[in-house]
Design a protein around this ligand. Structure first.
Ligand code: X8Z
Ligand code: ZN
Length: 619
């Protein structure tokens, strides 16, 4: 599942795409009331009133912001970009101001828990912060809009620029389907050229937003991002590395096996043992998920097909039917159906007559159960999985939309990303057969290994990519990596974590991080790494609630109302409590833990180790 096309979470909340900033607003009246409170004594009661007002003002601003963002993402023009930039500018101004005002309550004794949490969430509410200098704020907002626009409009029109242009969706099809080394290379190089013009803009974004982060007391913007996990930023850095340490051995085994298979396909000279794999051979533009080359690594031939895409095409599934299928899973758990407006307001397919951001995203535009998805759905399994992912976001929104604005978020952003994915772990061959999307359920050890391989090519392969995108941004934002080394540092991390290398020489003319949506869109990425781990932890807990006995990889919670209740209880909490409380409500555990993921893949792991005997693994 590579989810290619689009997202939006720029804003804060939901996840999905969060825009640039958390939304809030800086209208004169909003300012006015913030100033009124500034004049008040720093007492616990005044802090409470301030927090209430900020929630109300933020909600108004965020609604305006996400409305502008929605219009922009579904109709990219200079005008919609300018319009969104203008409200984002206002929101950033409001937040900067509100955070400074909140600082006066820092040493107040006896704050009630909700007020203290609200003031904390306010400080970390936005993934982009502007300094108080109005000119810089306006520049930042316009840069952020331009960067996302450059990505959304990106196309490759052939080596001479005069061929038929291909957008990311078309280039991703090549990456997924072609097995021709040079054709893959051309698509890869073609797409990676779109981000060259982003470089000076990104440099400026780093510098201005760091200034903003420093004004509100963070060492840099990356430190602000890392402060959003109910622990000090240094502790979070260690936590991410701890989790990576848990899963790296599994990744290494998969890498070794896949590289050997690729060497068979493309030749030892192109894919040498003991070295990083060329980034264009793994079926995905960013080599982030490898399931598109499953047929190259299939352990046992002659087992029943796992190719859901073929069935979707054969049965002429359209976008609506695919989304209805997704909704059907959630309602089978006893969760409510999506509102009628979801069907009226979503963008399901790519419009023919205008530029849009195709990267999938889920929204509650008015923070009031105004649920939507924005996708460019094609009839593939990958897209079916992405639909469940996006609906997971929508189900979070629908269960917390009555909370105050700053609580309308996931327990942390990785929770938001993990809900739909946890559900997809229940999309077993048995379920797919029931849906008429597989002819037969694979049986026995061979069937199981094939199935686990397919899962691992998506879930396990993703882990290092999920981690490294922000390792790069943290280094860039902290100033440890300078603009003259942006690209070099990117490839050093891709090699270190993924064991993947650039297929052709790169230089500092290139800006390869910008070819991944979340960089120009300024969406933090560690959330997806956390989500890959959390989704198995959630799945294990939901399976226990459903009374499942036996191996974790055999469980499906489809149709189980007990599991639905447990899930709903966590969703309803939003961000009202520190995330360990939410995790405990669902799983009984207070720590993120990859052991469920490792358990799930035990059969495959044993098999991989057998296959890799005598191989020169590592890179
Ligand atoms: O961006 C997304 C979702 C929207 S939140 C489609 N994902 C990441 C990506 O596409 O890179 C989901 C998996 C990782
Ligand atoms: Zn998502």
């Amino acid at each position: 599942m590579n989810r290619t096309p689009s997202v939006k979470y720029l804003l804060r909340a939901a996840l999905v795409v969060a825009p640039l900033v958390a939304a809030s607003g800086c209208t004169p009246s909003a300012h006015g009331s913030a100033q009124k409170s500034a004049a008040a004594q720093p007492t616990a009661e005044n802090a409470r009133q301030f927090a209430t007002r900020v929630n109300e003002e933020l909600k108004r601003l965020w609604v305006r912001q996400s409305t502008a963002e929605w219009i922009k993402a579904t109709y990219i023009t200079d005008d919609t970009e300018r319009n969104a930039a203008s409200i984002n500018e206002e929101v950033m101004g409001y937040i900067n101001q509100a955070i400074k005002e909140a600082a006066r309550f820092k040493d107040v004794q006896g704050l009630d828990a909700d007020t203290a949490r609200t003031l904390h969430l306010l400080r970390v509410s936005s993934s982009l912060v502007a300094p108080s200098d109005a000119q810089k704020r306006s520049e930042l907002a316009s840069i952020a809009a331009k960067l996302e626009g450059l990505y959304g409009k990106g196309k490759y029109c052939g080596k001479d620029g005069k061929g038929q242009c291909k957008d990311l969706g078309e280039l991703s099809d090549v990456m997924a389907k072609s097995r021709n080394y040079n054709e893959l290379l051309e698509a890869w190089v073609g797409w990676h050229a779109i981000s060259q013009p982003m470089r000076p803009l990104y440099e400026r974004l780093v510098s201005i937003s760091n200034e903003g982060a420093q004004e509100i007391g963070f060492s840099d913007l990356g430190a602000l991002w890392r402060s959003n996990y109910d622990m000090p930023p240094e502790a979070f850095e260690k936590e991410a590395q701890r989790l990576w340490g848990q899963v790296k051995p599994l990744y290494d085994d998969l890498h070794c096996y896949v590289r050997a298979r690729l060497a068979k396909q493309y030749g030892e000279d192109k894919v040498p043992a003991g070295q990083a794999i060329p980034a264009h051979l793994l079926g995905n533009m960013w080599a982030q998920e490898w399931n598109n080359i499953y047929n190259l690594v299939e352990p046992y031939k002659g087992q029943p097909s796992l190719d859901v895409s073929a069935e979707l095409t054969r049965q002429k599934y359209d976008a609506i039917r695919m989304v209805k299928t997704g909704e059907g899973f959630f309602t089978s758990l006893g969760l409510k159906p999506l509102p009628q407006t979801f069907w009226e307001r979503s963008q399901f397919t790519k419009p023919r007559d205008r530029e849009v951001v195709c990267h999938a995203s889920a929204w509650d535009v008015t923070y009031d159960n105004d649920l939507r998805i924005k996708m460019c759905i094609k009839p593939t399994e990958e897209e079916l999985v992405t639909i469940h992912h996006e609906l997971g976001h929508n189900y979070y929104y629908t269960y917390y939309y009555t909370l105050p604005a700053l609580y309308q978020q996931g327990a942390h952003d990785g929770f938001h990303e993990a809900i739909g994915d946890a559900i997809t772990l229940s999309i077993t061959p048995g379920y797919l057969k029931q849906m008429g999307l597989l002819k037969a359920v694979p049986q026995g050890d061979k069937g199981l290994i094939n199935l686990q391989m397919k899962d691992a090519m998506e879930k396990v392969a993703f882990l290092p990519f999920g981690l490294l995108v922000d390792q790069w941004r943290w280094e860039v934002l902290s100033g440890r990596v300078k603009p003259e080394d942006y690209n070099k540092a990117w490839w050093a991390l891709r090699e270190k974590y993924q064991g993947v290398r650039a297929p052709v020489e790169r230089s500092e003319q290139d800006f390869d991080p910008g070819a991944k949506y979340h960089v120009p869109a300024n969406v933090p990425y560690t959330r997806y790494f956390l989500a890959r781990i959390l989704q198995f932890q959630f799945h294990r807990a939901l399976c226990q609630a459903a009374g499942h006995q036996g191996a974790l990889h055999e469980c499906s919670i489809y149709g189980n109302k007990e599991a639905g209740k447990r899930l709903q209880a966590m969703l309803e909490m939003g961000a009202s409590k520190p995330w360990p409380d939410a995790l405990e409500a669902l799983t009984g555990q207070r720590e993120m833990d990859a052991s469920a993921m490792l358990d799930y893949f035990t059969p495959l792991r044993t098999w991989l180790q057998e296959q890799n005997k005598g191989q020169k693994c590592g890179w």
